[in-house]
Design a protein around this ligand. Structure first.
Ligand code: GUN
Length: 288
């Protein structure tokens, strides 16, 4: 079997198109959606990701505000800035670009974000809503992954899903969101014994390990949907976790890297910014 390649750029551009009337409705109410991104330290991959977020904002007429700090910034300074952005009525979405430099407590920084402005969906409040099965501002990469599974025409209920990697941005929230949809979820990582045995049972295989080439064709079930969330910069090029050429001959649907999950993550971030702006425009606080 040769898999159909799911086009993340096309799907992302359709999602962006669908946001335009919602943004126009906000502008009519004199609300200009604005996303603030906090960056600390120097990281080549983060610089690329943030530039893509800024480009998407520009395409949609969302204001983007990037606040940069040097690597040695004290944690209190970052928290003070987040609190200032929380109070700023002109800012609707806030995110802290990860990874943060050593010495900064990621949990403390994320916890400082007001839940109603939490564009990444990483605050304890919004992650807690996932566990309650009440998704409001859900994390962007998992939202994109769900849209790919829908595009592949795969039913969630009863599907065996294997997730490799359980980080904050993808694997961990995905496991909850897929369980909410009655999938049978197995969560593995690069330390799992006989990983291939686990992955080869899956109707839907999602790799978010950040280990280039980890998923080989013998680890994939015939006809599986394979979604590659891994993005590792290798000699200036983005590499996924999946051995694309070989796995394409075994899967039914596959996402490429680049041009797969990445553009969808950005489009879902734009969607979350619009959801946040709509909520704030209606005077809705996150904690209701
Ligand atoms: N670093 C890598 N992916 C992400 C993401 O989705 N959000 C944030 N804030 N940082 C990231």
């Amino acid at each position: 079997m040769t898999a159909f390649t799911l086009d993340g750029k096309k799907l992302a551009s359709e999602l962006e198109e669908s946001l335009k009337p919602r943004i126009a409705a906000l502008l009519k109410k004199k609300v200009k959606p604005c996303l603030a991104v906090i960056m600390a330290g120097e990281n080549d991959a983060s610089a690329v990701y943030v530039a893509r977020k800024e480009d998407a904002c520009k395409r949609l007429g969302i204001i983007s505000k990037v606040v940069k700090f040097p690597a040695g910034v004290p944690q209190e300074k970052i928290i003070k800035e987040i609190k200032k952005l929380n109070r700023d009525k002109k800012v609707h979405g806030i995110l802290v670009q990860l990874p943060l430099p050593a010495g900064i407590d990621k949990a403390k920084a994320i916890e400082a974000i007001a839940p109603e402005k939490d564009a990444d969906g990483f605050t304890p409040y919004n992650l807690g809503l996932l566990a309650l099965g009440a998704e409001r501002l859900a994390p962007c990469t998992p939202k994109g992954v769900l849209k790919f599974i829908e595009l592949a025409g795969k039913k969630f209920e009863g599907a065996r899903v294997c997730i490799v990697g359980h980080g904050l941005a993808a694997g961990m929230p995905l496991a909850i969101m897929l369980a909410n949809r009655n999938c049978t979820v197995s969560v593995c990582d690069k330390f799992t014994q006989n990983l291939g045995h686990e992955t080869s049972q899956a109707d839907i295989l999602i790799s978010c390990a950040g280990v280039p080439g980890l998923i080989k064709s013998e680890m994939v079930k015939d006809g599986a949907v394979v979604i590659d969330v891994g993005t590792t910069l290798v000699e200036g090029k983005l590499k996924g976790d999946v051995d694309f050429a070989a796995v394409k001959e075994k899967a039914s649907f596959i996402t490429p890297v680049p041009g797969g999950v990445g553009p969808m993550t950005v489009a879902c971030l734009m969607e979350n910014t619009v959801i946040a702006a709509e909520g704030i425009a209606l005077g809705r606080s996150g904690k209701k």
